[in-house]
Every structure is written in C-alpha cells, then in structure tokens.
Write a protein that binds this ligand. Structure first.
Ligand code: GLA
Length: 400
C-alpha cells in the first residue's frame, strides 16, 4: 500500500514538473517574421494577411529567414456562449483555421495576439479566465506564435499571469513561441526565461529616431539605451525584445533604417518587420534582407552586443560570434559625420557583463564591411572610414 502511495506521489510530482515548462526547443535563435501592428494597427483582414504571406515569399523575406506572420490586436471580436473566442467575421470571413492553412501553405508560420487581462489594449476580449480554452482554440487553428499583451490587467501579478498561459499552451501540446509583452514594467528579464521565448523590454517603439512620449512610447535611440544594462539576460530560447521593426515605415531616413536594423541585429533582437512589405522600395528590401547582417542576429552563440566605447553621440558596439569571431558596429547618433580611425587589434576583449569575462582575439582577421559587402583589409590595421549622421558601419572580423 505504502509503495503504491509513494508511486502515486512520485508520478504526481513528475506530472507537475513536466507541466511547468515552456517549449524549450523553440527560438534557439531570435524569431524572425512580420507583425501587423506598426503599420496597420486595427486595420487587419484576411485579404491583407494573405497578401502579406505572398509578399513574404515574393520579396525574398522568407528566404532571408523571416518565418512568423503574426496578426496583432483587433482580429478578435467577441466570445460565443460557450466562451470560445471569435474572429471578426467581416474581416476574417473564412475563419482563422483557413487563414493559418494558407500561411502554412506558403512555408510560413502563423501567429496571433491576445492579452493577459480582461480586454486587449484595443478593447477586444482578453484571455483572462479563458487561458486554457484559448490555448486549445489556437492549437486547433494551427497557431505557432502567441504575442501576449498586458493591458487591462488591474492588480494581476505578471509572472503568475504569464506562467498560467505558458502552462495552458504547454498542456495543449502544440509548440507555440510565447512572446511576453508587458513592456518591461515588471523586469521580465529577471523571471521570464522559464516562461516565454522573448519578452518586451520597453514601451512601444515609435516611428522616429529620437523621441519619447509620456505614455511610454519611444524612438530607436531611447530603446537602444535601455538594452545596455539587461543584455546579459538574453540568450538562446529567451531573448530580450526591444520591439518590432519600423524599417520601411515613413518616419526614419534610409540611414536611420540601416542603423535601427543593424543595432537590432547586434542586440540579438527578434526581427519582426512592421512595414507594408507589399510595396517596399528597393532600399528597404536591401536593408531587411541583408543576410550578412542578419547572420549576426542569428549567430548560434546568441550573445547580445555590448557597448565597448561611448564617446557621447559616437558609440562602438561589439558582438562576440561563434568560432571566436566578432562584429563591430560604429553607431553615429549625432548630426555630424564621424571620421573613424579605430584600432581593431587587441589581444583580448573584456565583456562588461558576465563577470568581465574576456574573449581572446586570436591572430589576425579579415575585416568585412557588411553594408558594402566588401572585404576592406586586415584587423592589424586600424579601421578608417566615415559614418554618416544617424548611420552605422558594421564590420565582421572573419577568421581566415
Ligand atoms: C500594446 C503593445 C503593442 C501592440 C498594441 C496593440 O501597446 O505593446 O505592441 O500590440 O498593444 O493594441
């Protein structure tokens, strides 16, 4: 009798331990895809999403690694009598299952948005009290990615609320990337690694280089600054998320788009395009699909860059890469061009986080400019070049 009781007890413990986890194999490199919010807000529909899926393939975004097509807020309209979430039938007449099938037929993955509170940020039904039911619905529709927001949560505890949805998703058994969106309000980098695959670190990105609003929205440089103290919490399967890209929307210049994109890659950020990819100009495509810069973001080590030198508006960022290689990003935040003369050769590189661990710099490297797509010399010579205002030069030091 005692042995049976012990067995039941042990199975119960095992059951509970197995339940309390996220899908660990997902997002080993930062997720890449497209999200509707930055450009389309609530103006989402089945037609738009199908056209975006087609454009992801036609423009080369899919080939460059963009995989998840995520519909943000406003796809949902109500719950039925049984509590099931209903997609807006006017905007999504064929239903979410059919739309997910279409997205999957293009070789892409499908994502949706919900909220941990009673209502989403746009006042649509939230998942509070319906977590397990919603998780079952998403799995039945074929959802692969869930962005989970934090509006209308009252006195809810963030960690507990996100754990609840993680458990619901895990119990249903379909691997779904879980994107935590509580804007960094409760320091998710301290508790979310076991819960979600990515977590927002700031308020909403705005389509501007340098701007900040009382309600929490901010521009590219404000977001970059907020990543400095928390980079060490990011890594394979659990990434800091400095928010979706504004590349190709109207607020940033070409230089700013390039700098924004490069810095997100240096930071190992999720790369969720947020522009109208059906009508991008050539420059925007070139930026979003620069495979050499994307390779920094997707480097398997997943070490986020650190700010090595800060000369006010001029910064040198370094990202350690696999096989003892490095990327350098010269970021010019100022209004004047920056004439750089910078020694690349060092014997070792101290990392300000991770207990000042130092990376050995082993021998001489071939230096490649990742925007010019050209080898520009060897690392034993200083880098000499010009960084235009609000722009970057990104170098990769390749082992020969
Ligand atoms: C919040 C999120 C945004 C977006 C909107 C949708 O503001 O941070 O990314 O999802 O809600 O309403």
């Amino acid at each position: 009798m005692r042995i049976i009781k012990l067995k039941v007890f042990i199975s119960l413990i095992l059951f509970c331990t197995v339940q309390a986890q996220k899908f660990n194999q997902l997002a080993q490199t930062p997720p890449m895809g497209w999200n509707s919010w930055n450009k389309f807000g609530c103006d989402v529909s089945e037609d738009l999403i199908k056209q975006i899926a087609d454009a992801m393939v036609a423009t080369g975004l899919k080939d460059a690694g963009y995989e998840y097509l995520v519909i943000d807020d406003c796809w949902q309209i109500a719950r039925d009598e049984a509590g099931n979430i209903i997609a807006d039938p006017e905007r999504f007449p064929s239903g979410m299952k059919a739309l997910a099938d279409y997205v999957h037929s293009k070789g892409l993955k499908f994502g949706l948005y919900s909220d941990a509170g009673t209502k989403t940020c746009q006042g649509r039904p939230g998942s509070r009290g319906y977590e397990f039911q919603d998780a079952r619905t998403y799995a039945a529709w074929g959802v692969d990615y869930l962005k989970y927001d934090w509006c209308n949560t009252g006195t809810q505890n963030a960690e507990a609320s996100y754990k609840l949805m993680r458990d619901a998703l895990f119990q249903v058994g379909r691997p779904i990337v879980f994107s935590i969106c509580e804007w960094g309000s409760n320091q998710p980098w301290l508790w979310a690694a076991e819960i979600g695959h990515i977590w927002r670190t700031t308020g909403d990105i705005q389509d501007c280089w340098d701007c900040e609003y009382n309600w929490g929205g901010m521009g590219v440089v404000q977001i970059i600054d907020k990543q400095v103290p928390i980079r060490k919490y990011s890594g394979p399967g659990h990434w800091n998320d400095p928010d979706m890209l504004e590349v190709g929307n109207s607020g940033l210049t070409e230089s700013e788009n390039r700098a924004h994109f490069s810095m997100w890659c240096m930071l190992s950020a999720p790369l969720m395009a947020g522009n109208d990819i059906r009508s991008m100009d050539k420059k925007t495509i070139e930026i979003l699909t620069n495979k050499e810069v994307i390779a920094l973001d997707q480097d398997p080590l997943g070490i986020s860059a650190f700010k090595f030198v800060d000369y006010g508006d001029r910064e040198v960022w370094i990202k350690p890469l696999q096989n003892g290689e490095f990327a350098y990003c010269f970021l010019n935040r100022g209004d004047d061009e920056w004439k750089v003369n910078y020694p690349l050769k060092k014997d070792w590189l101290p990392d300000p986080d991770f207990g000042w661990k130092s990376y050995p710099i082993d021998g001489s490297f071939t230096v490649r400019d990742l925007w010019k797509h050209k080898n520009i010399g060897m690392s034993d010579k200083p880098f000499q070049g010009t960084v235009p205002s609000h722009d970057v030069v990104v170098l990769r030091l390749f082992k020969q």
